[in-house]
Design a protein around this ligand. Sequence first.
Ligand code: NAD
Length: 263
Amino acid sequence: MSSQTSTKAALITGSTSGIGLAIAEAFAANGYGVVLNGLGDTDDIKAICTRLTTTYKVDVIYHPANMMKPDEIADMMALAQNLFGRLDVLVNNAGVQFVAPVEEFPPEKWDQIIAINLSSAFHTIRLAIPGMADRKWGRIINIASAHGLVASPFKSAYVAAKHGIVGLTKTIALEHARDGVTCNAICPGYVLTGLVQAQIPDQAKSRGISEEDVIQNVLLAAQPTKQFVTVDQVASFALYLASDAAAQINGAILTIDGGWTAQ
Ligand code: NAD
């Protein structure tokens, strides 16, 4: 990549698919250099980088850090800040789900979900903050969930992690309110990505109902609009939070859930 230290840079964890990829594309389309991260097929990820670079004429780099591994996260954060000379926007988006009654919930799945959905954000934030505070400008956007505000059965680890990231968001917002750094959480309702599609069979099994019943009567039952949120709607929200217009939105836990948590 060319050295573009004057270009704003955004790092989005878990941006090889779903919501993260839509957010990465929105930032690239708005002139940001982008650091992609996440799991996936190497050729597919290369193709995403090439497509974003050629379409939007911005530098796009990929780092394969596993969000369960603090040393790999540290390597990613250092590489991003060295290559771009700065990190203006950090979006903590990587997340996984596992659905089972608590008495059957595998302890290793609990540890994995807490590591990826919660602890990884602590590690990225602690390493992004010094540069943001020095430059007196930064945006930290945590992709929480409606499950950061309310619970559903069979999702003990996910709901605990998402409630945790809501608390982390508020704490960081207070610690750096005088530094031009904001920290907010977006709480989407159901978005039809791989993460949701993958849990439909497990939900059907846990509840003893058909997969179609899970979509209509479990997932969309929670959303008064009876429509899924789209990845582009979440990406537009993130882009707005990164704008100067959003400078006074700080420590906010913002829903985009079709009215789910209004009930
Ligand atoms: P997704 O499965 O499409 O994307 C998850 C991303 O995280 C992928 O890029 C994946 O490779 C990455 N990832 C998973 N494990 C990782 C690891 N160990 N290290 C690095 N990256 C890893 O799912 P999504 O629906 O786009 O989810 C993105 C975020 O949005 C998650 O935090 C999720 O909890 C949250 N969310 C999703 C919904 C929804 O309905 N889809 C609703 C609310 C919140």
